[in-house]
Write a protein that binds this ligand. Sequence first.
Ligand SMILES: Cc1cc2nc3c(=O)[nH]c(=O)nc-3n(C[C@H](O)[C@H](O)[C@H](O)COP(=O)(O)OP(=O)(O)OC[C@H]3O[C@@H](n4cnc5c(N)ncnc54)[C@H](O)[C@@H]3O)c2cc1C
Length: 373
Amino acid sequence: MGQPKSVLVVGAGIGGLTAAIALRAKGFDVDVIERDPHWSVYGVGIIQQGNVVRAMTELGLIDDYLDAGVGFDFVEVCIPTGAIVARIPTPRLVPDRPANVGIGRRALQKVLGERTRAAGAKIRLGVTAEALDDDGAGASVHFSDGSDGRYDLVVGADGLFSQTRATLFPDAPRPEFTGQAVWRYNFPRLPELDALRVFEGQTGVGLVPLSDTLMYMYVTTPEPGNPWYPREGLAAVMRAKLSGVPAPLIQSLAHQITDDAEVVYKPLEWLFVDGPWHKGRVVLLGDAIHATTPHLGQGAGMAIEDSIVLADELARTDDIEAALTRYRERRLDRCRYIVEASRAICLGQIGLGPLIENATATREMFARIAEPI
Ligand SMILES: Cc1cc2nc3c(=O)[nH]c(=O)nc-3n(C[C@H](O)[C@H](O)[C@H](O)COP(=O)(O)OP(=O)(O)OC[C@H]3O[C@@H](n4cnc5c(N)ncnc54)[C@H](O)[C@@H]3O)c2cc1C
């Protein structure tokens, strides 16, 4: 198989967009398809660490990225009553750039989407791949809008419930519910919040700066049986989940959780595919092949790094098979570590595994992600 020239990326999430940007930078022709016609992204944010700052620098995006979010260098730990007992410095991986970034998901999508288009990749919304035929010389794709295309390579970046994974590897493991869920809500940013602030206790709570004016709160709760909560009344349920948290700051924020539509509730699932990550001319990246719980804040970071490594390997050789094999080899241990270490924290919190000391796990994570990719 010769070096690919044309690439179809399935899914315009964080992984698909960074893959498109990284592949365009290496000279590939790239089309992106996204199933959601509205390309909707929920309104809260994510935390990213130095490895993502490094990756965004490599992708040539760092200024736009930092302008859209907020950088910070510390993690603050509070005891359940709210007193800050530690302010832990976190390592910078790029000189003069922050160690961590909080960024709204919509703000991040805007930066990545604009850069993808400016780089010359086409993004088609409301389109999926209905049939994919890899005949060895190329992949013919029939799209849901009735059109057809032929590509040298297809990248499945279609997330946790990836249709591409199901087609390629019907026997691969499926996403598994952990027993825990996350509740999130945006607030005006506290002027003094210049760090990720984590509250210890039976109900895990954190405050994350997202921009000059915004922050969000996350709350992790055990949810045995994976209950379904109707949208109506969701704010009251989130307030009730916080009722046992003694910190006065959290109690005063809880009173402001009043809009059902703005509560983002998410059962936590995980997935790790140990077997092959590609078959012929179709390869998977991001949550489609390794999805982590958010306890180390590294899911999107792994998807972004996948994109850089995939483009790097494809550009190095004319042999697609060798490039895709090398891509997995370079990513496997690092992604496995993130998925397993995050899941261990999660299971410890809900009593389904040994309790993991958060500070130790976080320190280890910072050391691991500092390693080159
Ligand atoms: C509660 C929670 C908190 C998190 N917090 C963090 C954090 O703080 N930091 C962090 O780094 N990560 C975090 N993550 C993880 C992060 O959100 C994911 O790892 C990341 O979004 C994965 O990106 P992706 O592009 O692989 O998949 P996705 O973001 O799921 O994107 C997949 C895209 O593909 C599209 N799609 C799906 N099927 C098809 C199809 N058949 N055809 C075309 N398009 C399709 C979808 O509409 C979507 O746009 C968190 C995750 C959760 C659940």
